[in-house]
Design a protein around this ligand. Structure first.
Ligand SMILES: [Zn+2]
Length: 212
């Protein structure tokens, strides 16, 4: 379990590798989520600005408002695949990401984990999560998890991000070995399907433009 657990911040914390920032921390902007090992990366926050109305995207391409930084071509191709997979099977989560996520940045260190900066919509995707399984199911679940961390109109905290990995991961039919484990982490932190319904309602309202 420790071998697998080390890939998630919650359990990595339990084995003493990572010191989390607290939810109430004034450094919310630099909160490190879902990472183990390495140092926090200082990023220049991108100020949020009103989004222009979204036009329909060409089929087979990802939202053109995201910035992609530092990805090798093969990793970028897999990330695009994962995003298109989300777009097809979990459109609510994908649409939320088009509103809440500004950029995806690659970190190629072999032990580099993934994490998110919720208030600015930056997501770091790490090589450790990319290399975890060849079918990229784990990488895709981590992507779902980090996107949920940017759902500040809904629930962006850790338990909800773990629950998202299960909920949307099931829609994508990701390996249940990963998704069930992620749900277990959410429940352990007191999350529930009732709470998730609350998150979903807020997300759907936000997607419709009600609170954007
Ligand atoms: Zn997390």
């Amino acid at each position: 379990m420790i071998l697998i657990a080390a890939y998630f911040c919650v359990t990595a914390i339990a084995v003493g590798q990572v010191k989390p920032y607290s939810d109430s921390s004034a450094r919310k902007n630099l909160r490190i989520l879902l990472r183990a090992g390495g140092n926090p990366v200082a990023l220049t926050p991108i100020p949020k600005k009103p989004r222009k109305p979204q036009k329909p995207e060409p089929k087979g391409s990802v939202y053109d408002g995201w910035r992609f930084i530092g990805f090798p071509p093969e990793v970028r191709a897999d990330l695009d695949k994962a995003l298109l997979w989300l777009k097809a099977e979990a459109p609510v989560h994908y649409k939320m990401a088009t509103r809440q996520v500004r950029s995806f940045t690659w970190r190629g260190g072999i032990k580099q984990g993934s994490y998110a900066y919720p208030s600015t919509g930056h997501i770091i995707m790490g090589n450790r999560d990319y290399s975890h399984s060849k079918d990229r199911h784990y990488f895709t679940m981590v992507l779902i998890h980090e996107i949920q961390h940017c759902n500040t109109p809904g629930h962006e905290y850790e338990a909800a991000a773990c629950y998202a990995g299960w909920y949307y991961g099931n829609k994508l039919k990701l390996r249940s070995f990963f998704t069930s484990w992620s749900k277990g982490l959410a429940l352990k932190r007191g999350y529930s399907s009732a709470k998730w319904q609350g998150n979903l309602s807020k997300t759907i309202r936000m997607n419709a433009g009600a609170s954007n």
